[in-house]
Design a protein around this ligand. Structure first.
Ligand SMILES: NC(=O)c1ccc[n+]([C@@H]2O[C@H](COP(=O)([O-])OP(=O)(O)OC[C@H]3O[C@@H](n4cnc5c(N)ncnc54)[C@H](O)[C@@H]3O)[C@@H](O)[C@H]2O)c1
Length: 401
């Protein structure tokens, strides 16, 4: 079985490595020469397991779309972000599907895995491909060192025909413990949007509860830990500084975009609250600085951890960006530290991480993402723990948003 992966990013590369591990011949096709060079040098953000696989296996890569015609199966994993107005940016998806349509040959199997609006598989692939079996199967990659290996997650499969379903199931079973088939690509597309909308709503609820807890004088972490002991009917979600990465900040907009005339109230409210969360963190930072008698205009603030989750170098859509931007706009000297992120573009500015955060007298440290060394934080150092995960020393000046 020769599998060709279109798009070798956070999803496509681990997918390619899983198919290699399963004994398939794999070709990775990507439009970015920079990305292909980074993969060749092994300079990519992967879990330790996938780094080992990358070193061990031979992954053929190419920037030539003509390679598509030689594969038995083509798996599309390109980005589906939103623009600054939260409108889906379909340019990569349209381009990738267009390339596949141009080079596909009868008898092939095509699997679209990118998160997208309901109807995409039909609009961009099925309607243009004769003699090719097409399915939608949302990817379930969990990036980062603590992430679940791809092979441990069941796959959902929405085929355009029974034959396409049988072929895709046979292939996906090589890299998944089980395959759950639904009746159409649209059902599988909506399934992925439900999964990420579920996360968005629950994260927004956790944030709201944290604010309520503070208002009524109760420790939010104590409440969450208590609720999490319930063995049924409750799933733990933790509050935080906002959401980042390629999923929760953007995927629900792929749903809302199609439903603009009847916007669902719960999801719309959740996405609005999530978008406002970084500003709430900034508000709390201002309160803490004011309480300490510090003027924001010359305050020195360190953001500890800027990636969107621990253990990854991915700072796309990170809430740290609006937090740093707002603090700098207000006149603070806001800097960042992160073991995996060296540079961050904040608005028009290009920031490099602080050389050694331990040597500076910070007026405030905002802990945004765990993962870096925080052993140097002393109880007397004012800390705003936006992760809600730090063990707060007694008598410390550490607070949560
Ligand atoms: N990163 C995650 O954790 C995650 C999790 C769940 C879902 N997703 C979804 O998976 C999809 C892929 O996301 P990602 O994080 O892997 O994206 P990414 O930005 O990390 O990687 C995408 C890769 O595709 C390449 N590419 C772009 N256009 C192309 C084209 N026309 N032809 C070939 N290659 C092209 C890019 O050069 C890049 O290397 C998205 O729909 C995303 O929402 C991502």
């Amino acid at each position: 079985m020769h599998v060709l992966i279109v798009g070798l990013g956070y999803v496509g590369l681990p997918t390619a490595l899983a198919f290699l591990e399963a004994g398939c011949r794999v070709t990775g096709y990507d439009v970015s020469a920079t990305r292909l060079a980074a993969i060749a040098k092994g300079q990519v953000d992967l879990s330790p397991l996938d780094h080992a696989r990358l070193r061990f296996h031979r992954l053929e890569t190419t920037a030539d779309p003509a390679a598509i015609a030689a594969a038995d199966a083509v798996v599309i994993c390109v980005p589906t972000p939103v623009d600054e107005h939260h409108v889906p940016d379909l340019s990569a998806l349209r381009a990738a599907c267009g390339t596949v349509v141009a080079h596909a040959v009868p008898g092939q199997l095509v699997i679209l895995t990118s998160t997208t609006y309901v109807g995409s598989t039909r609009d961009l692939l099925i309607d243009h491909l004769g003699g090719v079996d097409v399915v939608f199967s949302p990817e379930r990659v969990d990036p980062g060192p603590g992430g679940r290996p791809l092979e441990h997650s069941p796959r959902v499969l929405g085929p355009a025909s029974a034959k396409a379903g049988d072929r895709a199931e046979e292939l996906l079973k090589r890299v998944a413990p089980s395959v759950h088939r639904v009746s159409s690509p649209e059902a599988a597309e909506l399934c992925k949007l439900l999964e990420n909308s579920f996360r968005a709503v629950n994260i927004a609820l956790a944030n709201e509860f944290a604010d309520i807890a503070r208002e009524v004088g109760v420790d939010p972490v104590e409440v969450i830990e208590a609720a999490a002991t319930k063995p049924f009917g409750f799933m733990r979600f933790d509050p935080g500084p906002g959401v980042g990465g390629q999923c929760v900040p953007s995927d629900p907009y792929y749903l809302l975009w199609r439903l603009r005339r009847a916007a669902p109230t719960v999801l719309t409210a959740a996405m609005g609250a999530i978008a406002a969360r970084p500003q709430a963190v900034v508000g709390r930072a201002l309160e803490m600085l004011a309480a300490a008698g510090r003027d924001i205009r010359d305050a020195k603030v360190l953001i500890a951890g800027v990636s969107y989750k621990p253990g990854v170098a991915d700072a796309r859509e990170t809430p740290a960006m609006p937090i740093i931007a707002a603090l700098r706009r207000l006149g603070a000297r806001a800097e960042f530290t992160d073991p995996l992120v060296e540079e961050l573009v904040v608005g028009e500015e290009f920031l490099k991480r602080a050389p050694d955060p331990r040597t500076e007298p910070w007026d405030l440290v905002i802990v945004h993402t765990l993962g870096g060394d925080l052993g140097w934080l002393r109880p007397e150092q004012p800390v705003l723990d936006a992760t809600y995960r730090l063990e707060r020393p007694g008598d410390s000046r550490w607070e949560v948003p």
